[in-house]
Design a protein around this ligand. Structure first.
Ligand code: SF4
Length: 104
C-alpha cells in the first residue's frame, strides 16, 4: 500500500530569495550562495510537518508549497520515477562513418 507523505517544493520564479523559509525550517531548507532555497528532495519527516506548514504560510511570495509525495518503499525514500534514459551515445563506428562522409 502506498503511503502519502508531503514534500516541499519552491516556485523558483516567484521566490525572491530572502530566506524566511530556511530560517524557519533549517532541517529541510538551506540557502545557496545567492540566498535562494535548496530544499531536501525527500518527503518532510512526520515530526517536521507542522514547521513545514508554518514555512509555507510565512512565505511572502507564495512560492513555497507542500505537495503530496507517494512513498512506496523504504523508510521515506523517494518513489519518484527515474529520469528518462539519455539517448545512447553514437558509436565510434557511426562517428567515423559520419566524419568520412563529411570529408568526401
Ligand atoms: S520564504 Fe518564500 S520567497 Fe522567501 S526564500 Fe523561501 S520560498 Fe523564497
Amino acid at each position: 500500500m502506498a503511503v502519502t507523505r508531503r514534500r516541499l517544493v519552491v516556485d523558483p520564479i516567484a521566490c525572491d530569495g530572502h530566506g524566511i523559509c530556511a530560517e524557519l525550517l533549517p532541517e529541510v531548507i538551506r540557502r545557496d550562495d545567492w540566498g535562494y532555497p535548496i530544499i531536501d528532495p525527500e518527503p518532510v519527516a512526520f515530526g517536521l510537518e507542522g514547521l513545514a506548514k508554518r514555512a509555507v504560510a510565512a512565505c511572502p511570495k507564495l512560492a513555497l508549497a507542500l505537495r503530496d509525495a507517494p512513498v512506496t518503499h523504504g523508510r521515506g525514500g523517494s518513489s519518484s520515477p527515474r529520469p528518462p534514459a539519455r539517448p545512447a551515445a553514437r558509436t565510434a563506428t557511426a562517428g567515423r562513418a559520419g566524419k568520412a562522409r563529411r570529408l568526401s
